[in-house]
Write a protein that binds this ligand. Structure first.
Ligand SMILES: [Zn+2]
Length: 336
């Protein structure tokens, strides 16, 4: 009988030495320690054992059960702690999670590019308030009261006297009030128009205004500066033209067009089949404006220009809806 116990113990030793998973350890429990397991069967056999041997048999089964249970428990702990370590292990060969890095908004990038180009042409940068008085937004820019030119820009009035600026041109007045000529500056900023929101227009957008005042400024210099800007911004092979236009604060006034980059001048939907795209307005500062800032119009001449940053970016990147700039859709923003 004792040989039988030794054999079971040997078999158990062999089985336990091969355990490597939670499933293996469970098989050991079922085989030796469950209700129908080997130990349980041995206890059942106790009934058939002759009375004089019962005590010794019982003792041996108890010893075998303690031996198996001890080793089984130790092995089970070992397997459990190993498996929990494995699940928390870092696999260094796995590809890393991509870190999403933010980027500057495309309008910020466009404005920065415009600023850099004009700085390299000798312009400094000024800013002014978005809440303006009627005086700076209209009157000092030669929009007299009740002048029809005031209707060119639909205005958000805050009160009779104050409004959200409709253009960055009032900053020209503020700069000239504070500085004696020569003045050579650009003035970027947000402007507001009471317009219906659609693919082409929005109630707010950004402009960059430019101003150069000195004793000997002429229209050719204005053209030269703007062509130099456009070539640096849109590329050297760009074609351009200037068309006569009207603004109350410049005389003469012009608008600058560049060849439509989409159809290369053949005509398409974006350029309304003209082959040209308007990129900015410009002109020689009207002598009336100089009177408001106490510059002598007999002594000084100046040029000014202004462009919409959204429009410049729409054209440069072939975007067909201005609203997308303000929606903060990350799928759009990530492309730049
Ligand atoms: Zn076109």
């Amino acid at each position: 009988m004792q040989e039988n116990f030794n054999q079971i113990q040997k078999e158990f030793d062999k089985d336990i030495s091969q355990v490597s998973s939670l499933n293996d350890i469970e098989q050991i429990r079922i085989k030796y320690l469950s209700r129908n397991g080997i130990i349980s069967n041995l206890f059942d056999k106790l009934r058939e054992i002759p009375k004089e041997n019962k005590r010794e048999f019982g003792k041996s089964v108890n010893e075998l059960r303690d031996y198996i249970t001890n080793i089984y428990e130790i092995k089970k702990k070992e397997i459990l702690s190993k498996s929990s370590q494995e699940s928390s292990k870092i696999d260094l060969t796995l590809p890393a999670n991509q870190i999403k890095i933010g980027s500057k908004h495309i309008l910020t990038q466009t404005l920065e590019e415009i600023k850099e180009i004009f700085k390299s042409l000798g312009f400094s940068v000024f800013e002014g308030p978005e809440l303006e008085s009627d005086y700076y937004n209209f009157e000092a820019l030669n929009f007299p009261d009740d002048h029809p030119a005031r209707d060119m820009q639909d205005t958000f009035f805050i009160s009779k006297k104050f409004l959200l600026r409709t253009h960055t041109s009032p900053v020209q007045i503020r700069v000239m009030e504070k500085n004696k000529p020569p003045v050579r500056a650009i003035m970027p900023g947000r402007v507001y128009r009471n317009e219906a929101i659609n693919a082409r227009s929005y109630c707010t957008f950004q402009q960059v205004e430019g101003l150069y005042v000195d004793k000997d400024v002429n229209f050719s210099e204005l053209k030269g500066t703007l062509v130099s800007f456009a070539k640096q911004f849109y590329g050297n092979d760009l074609k351009y033209r200037f068309r006569p236009s009207f603004f109350p604060f410049t005389e003469p006034s012009a608008e600058m067009d560049i060849t439509c980059f989409l159809c290369k001048g053949k005509g398409c939907k974006v350029c309304k089949n003209s082959g040209w795209l308007e990129i900015l307005g410009c002109g020689m500062v009207d002598p009336n404006v100089f009177k408001y800032v106490n510059y002598d119009p007999e002594e000084y001449l100046g040029y000014a220009f202004g462009m919409g940053i959204e429009r410049i970016a729409l054209l440069k990147y072939g975007i067909n809806d201005i609203r997308i700039f303000f929606e903060n859709d990350i799928r759009f923003l990530r492309q730049f």
